[in-house]
Design a protein around this ligand. Structure first.
Ligand SMILES: [Cu+2]
Length: 154
């Protein structure tokens, strides 16, 4: 009688250990993201290279690599110094891993092109320069699957 109950207990322990293992692997899997305005960084590249978003929109940057990158506004492509048109503060995520958001200035005219770069890698990025073009009518898009630090790259 006692040996039977001990067997039952060990089976239960084994089963709960298996379930814990499943839970761990599930939490590191890609998670789908709601519609929004996304810039993704993987393989040393910004994507999309030109994002359309309304003025005042919240931009979410997904760093899919394990190394830190930034999305930092610059006055012009290739400047590689933080900068913005007179009277506005450059947006800057700072160097980060994972997910970071920033808010575009309100009141920018349609067609305004905002340039950005990565402060760590500058011209060494495969896509050294990205842009955000202001479009009031730009619809949020599906963020797609996101695995923090999962895509590897360089
Ligand atoms: Cu970078």
């Amino acid at each position: 009688m006692s040996s039977r109950s001990m067997l039952g207990t060990s089976v239960l322990v084994a089963a709960s250990l298996l379930m814990a293992g499943c839970g761990d692997s599930a939490s590191s899997a890609a998670t789908p993201l709601p519609p929004g305005y996304y810039i993704s960084i993987s393989n040393m590249s910004f994507s999309p290279l030109n994002l359309e978003a309304p003025a005042g929109a919240t931009i979410t940057v997904l760093n899919q690599e394990t190394m830190a990158h930034s999305v930092t506004q610059q006055a012009a492509a290739g400047a590689f110094l933080p900068g913005a048109p007179a009277g506005s503060t450059p947006f800057d995520t700072g160097l980060f891993t994972g997910k970071k958001t920033f808010v575009l200035p309100a009141g920018l005219a349609d067609g305004t092109v905002l340039h950005y770069f990565c402060t760590s890698h500058t011209s060494l990025m495969i896509t050294p320069n990205g842009t955000i073009t202001i479009r009031a009518a730009a619809a949020p898009v599906d963020g797609g699957p996101y695995t923090p630090g999962g895509a590897g790259g360089y």
